[in-house]
Design a protein around this ligand. Structure first.
Ligand SMILES: CSCCC(=O)/C(O)=C/O
Ligand SMILES: [Fe+2]
Ligand code: NI
Length: 181
């Protein structure tokens, strides 16, 4: 079950709104320009599946998104809790950063916690299997896969270099929730 929690960005105890209703998640995120959709997932792939297997299972969806929205590059993050570099990989996305392009992620399996910083608020979104999220370019955010990751996400980029992050230098992410798994 996907969940949204909205806080003021200066007070981690001030929960303004929470819901697990997908229409409400979608409409609250649309207010800050974030696309959120829930799609049917056809294949039952397990976290840790190889990139080629994932791309081939979702080829039609990927081609449609690339055609409709002009994305140029695709890759897959597929991690399970046996991964020897799970701590380093978790750390990579844990601090507030931006991208100069939209961040488009489709969760083929498992879950991860995206946290977005916009309009003096914090939007925590627990994304789960079937969720598509697109965070607009230059929106500060971070992502937690938890200490025991278990997810597959397809990532679409509209630059040919793939993942490039600009860290804001803020420590705000340390004050908000982490994913427990
Ligand atoms: C859910 S895919 C891995 C996280 C990622 O690509 C990113 O940019 C997080 O902010
Ligand atoms: Fe990011
Ligand atoms: Ni602030």
């Amino acid at each position: 079950m996907s969940i949204i929690r909205i806080y003021t960005d200066h007070d981690t105890t001030n929960l303004l709104f929470t819901s697990d209703n997908s229409s409400k998640i979608q409409s609250r995120l649309a207010e800050i320009g974030v696309r959120f959709e829930q799609w049917q997932t056809g294949s039952d792939l397990s976290a840790g599946a190889q990139q080629e297997e994932v791309i081939s299972a979702y080829q039609q969806d990927i081609e449609r998104l690339m055609r409709e929205d002009g994305y140029q590059t695709v890759d897959v993050v597929s991690l399970n809790s046996d991964h020897p570099q799970k701590a380093e990989l978790r750390q990579k996305f844990l601090s507030e950063h931006t991208h100069s392009e939209d961040e488009v992620r489709f969760f083929v399996s498992g879950e991860g916690l995206f946290t977005l910083h916009a309009e003096q608020k914090i939007f925590e979104v627990l994304c789960q299997k079937g969720d598509l999220i697109s965070v607009p370019a230059n929106t500060p955010h971070w992502f937690d896969m938890g200490p025991n990751p278990g997810f597959i996400a397809i990532r679409l980029f509209n630059n040919p270099d793939g993942w490039v992050a600009n860290f804001t230098g803020s420590d705000i992410a340390e004050r908000f929730n982490r994913l427990e798994n």
